[in-house]
Write a protein that binds this ligand. Structure first.
Ligand code: CAA
Length: 408
């Protein structure tokens, strides 16, 4: 039985900041952002977007053509959770009118809980092949104004339906794991922004990659040359290239620098123009690879390295299915990224510093460009979400179309 990704989709906010603007405001040479860390643009959520609205908008697209009754598990993966108790999966389950006989849960381990969600989903489907699992990974990467991490910020969500009818990718069950208690990046409950030891985090990431690969090799006997393409967790796009060259050196690969670059470059493009989206980042990289019009990936073997600070890593493989392009909806994704409105630096700061009241008083958010769902405000310490009328959902044609077709 083949198990894997039946559908996959992505959502990003309707606004972004060109890093040229940020470089000017921070008096930094733009080449440091553009070449040094490989970033050009970052998505910025408006005050009426959060991880729930981004996740629900992504999931709406992933559920197009999928029979909802088969979804008996929804896993929400995030490190930007909105509640210490209630799972974000329940809000998304409600917004999407999913069947009530359903298990809903939220998972956390920095950027790699989405990958654990994927492997838990594979196990669920292996036991119950008639069931499907909806995974929603959604995050907003925040480091603080003027910090070294600021140019790597971003936001977005990926949703995947995992089933015994994979149309996009069959995912292997073998995984190489590594866990080590380190403080490279963390966010205490009382902070809105992550704390990070940047240079150390890169070292720890690369060590986790080595350890995961070694464990994966012991378990499977696989070699570097077994893979045609690689997708890495992308805190910023140059990290993917750094990681790939590191692994290639360790494995004494005979490929040229150009060939190595071609194995990883297609997965970097969306990150470069979106920024980090933590749990969603690796899978946005996969979509970036799959959307490349010049590559025929049918049957291609893809190696994945998922990294979550703190830290845990996982290395695993997958095989792209024949006919994977059908249902990928690449045009909608390309339009979504292209049509984001450019913020001025002042507007970015205004969005960034906007905070919901913490006193429980009723508060309405101003309407901005969103997909089919938005955060309407807060009342009695409860976030209020609403569906956006079709004609007003300016951002994301795909969500709008899907909403128009969804039950009211
Ligand atoms: N022109 C071209 N390149 C330039 C340049 C210029 N004018 N100035 C600097 N550079 C290059 C540097 O040489 C360097 O390249 P190398 O890494 O190849 O040496 C690169 O630009 C970055 O320069 P610095 O190291 O001086 O940059 P920095 O001190 O400002 O920090 C960072 C960079 C550590 C990545 C920082 O952005 C940060 O802390 N980011 C957040 C943490 C992070 O992303 N960690 C990654 C691993 S952890 C993880 O993956 C989990 C997660 O999602 C967070």
């Amino acid at each position: 039985m083949k198990i894997g990704i039946e559908t996959i989709s992505m959502y990003v906010p309707g606004y972004g900041l060109d890093l040229r603007e940020l470089a000017k405001a921070r008096n930094v040479d733009y080449a440091k952002y553009h070449q040094g860390i490989g970033q050009e643009f970052m998505s910025v959520p408006s005050p009426d977007e959060d991880v729930i609205t981004m996740g629900a908008n992504a999931a709406l697209q992933a559920l197009e053509g999928v029979e909802r009754e088969a979804i008996q598990t929804v896993i929400f993966a995030t490190e930007s959770g909105i509640d210490q108790s209630k799972a974000g999966a329940i809000y998304i389950h409600h917004l999407l009118d999913l069947p009530s006989n359903c298990r809903t849960v939220e998972m956390k381990q920095a950027c790699c809980s989405s990958t654990s969600a994927l492997h838990f989903a594979l196990a669920t489907v292996a036991l119950k092949p008639e069931q499907k699992v909806l995974i929603v990974a959604s995050d907003e990467a925040r480091y603080g104004l003027g910090t070294a991490g600021e140019p790597t910020q971003g936001a977005g969500a990926v949703a995947m339906v995992i089933s015994a009818h994979p149309k996009v990718m069959e995912v292997d069950v073998d995984v190489g794991y590594f866990t080590e208690d380190v403080m490279d990046f963390w966010r205490p409950n009382y902070l809105d922004e992550a704390l990070v030891d940047g240079k150390y985090s890169i070292k720890v990431y690369l060590n986790a990659l080595e350890q995961c690969w070694n464990h994966y090799q012991q378990a499977t006997g696989a070699i570097f040359e077994d893979f045609d393409h690689f997708c890495y967790h992308l805190p910023f796009s140059r990290m993917g290239l750094k990681a790939h060259l590191h692994l290639a050196r360790q494995e004494k690969s005979s490929l040229s620098a150009r060939e190595l670059q071609q194995q990883v470059e297609p997965s970097l493009h969306y990150n470069r123009i979106n920024g980090n989206a933590y749990t969603a980042s690796l899978y946005i990289g996969l979509l970036s690879l799959l959307d490349q019009p010049q590559l025929n990936l049918e049957g291609a073997r893809v190696g994945f390295f998922s990294y979550g600070s703190g830290c845990m890593g996982a290395f695993f493989g997958g095989t792209v299915m024949a006919g994977y392009r059908e249902g990928l909806n690449s045009e909608a994704r390309i339009a979504l990224l292209r049509d984001r409105r450019r913020l001025s630096y002042e507007e970015y700061e205004e969005f960034y510093t906007h905070a919901l009241p913490e006193n429980g008083h009723a508060y309405r958010t101003r309407r901005h460009r969103t997909g089919a769902f938005r955060l309407a405000g807060v009342e009695n310490h409860q976030r209020i979400y609403e569906r956006v009328p079709v004609q007003m959902a300016a951002h994301s044609d795909a969500s709008t179309r899907a909403y128009a077709a969804a039950p009211a």
